[in-house]
Design a protein around this ligand. Sequence first.
Ligand SMILES: NC(=O)c1ccc[n+]([C@@H]2O[C@H](COP(=O)([O-])OP(=O)(O)OC[C@H]3O[C@@H](n4cnc5c(N)ncnc54)[C@H](OP(=O)(O)O)[C@@H]3O)[C@@H](O)[C@H]2O)c1
Length: 224
Amino acid sequence: MATVLILGASRGIGMEFARQYAAEGHRIIATHRKPEAGETLRALGAKPIVLDMLDEGAVVEFGETMASETIDIAIINAGVAGPRGSALRAPGGLDFDAVMHTNVRAPMQLIPALSPALIAARGKLAVVSSKMGSVSLMTSTASWLYRASKAALNSALKAASLELGPQGVTCIAFHPGWVRTDMGGGSADIDVQSSVSGMRRILAAANDSSNGKFINYNGEQLSW
Ligand SMILES: NC(=O)c1ccc[n+]([C@@H]2O[C@H](COP(=O)([O-])OP(=O)(O)OC[C@H]3O[C@@H](n4cnc5c(N)ncnc54)[C@H](OP(=O)(O)O)[C@@H]3O)[C@@H](O)[C@H]2O)c1
């Protein structure tokens, strides 16, 4: 039985990670913001913990509580899309802060805080990023704030892989596909079950050679 930590498990991709890992009998620690989500996670067998990624103090405190854990798999999933505006449309300060704090600052706080627990297990760290964060694959400027945040997240994950890889932790940035969730919308390509089972397959097979890679849910390696 593995210990799996899922950050941002209230719905969508995060909740499906909790559901699938719980169904296999793993020990799940799952963070959420709303009480109803906590009840659903508890019913799945997960240990729910309230955590708002925008609350810098709460993220630090949460990291401290994880210091004594041994974590086999940590998945930093929480994310927001922000305004869909394209380049040449300046984002407002509040939007900029909300997207960057959720998608970048919180992961950059959490990765160091979770590192001892991951090193102890020679575990695996995944961030749920997006192909929209790839600079080399960019063909549109829509949602440029979100793109910039996921590019920054990818950079943070790559940097973490250089530190943690030699200490036995495998670090992966995922593109989950275009997934039918609140964020992805109803016309997206794939359902949440297929996205998550694909990423779980990759995590299960991941080894040293997967460290520092950007990987699509279907196993395809993506360029940064
Ligand atoms: N769906 C897609 O097509 C797609 C494609 C590429 C990448 N992604 C990425 O996949 C991840 C999950 O997306 P999704 O499609 O499942 O989106 P979603 O259905 O909108 O769910 C977003 C999740 O992030 C959590 N979250 C947002 N802000 C938070 C905060 N300040 N503190 C704590 N949790 C917060 C939400 O919690 P609350 O319920 O509390 O708001 C929810 O659990 C995101 O990082 C997203 O960027 C999605």
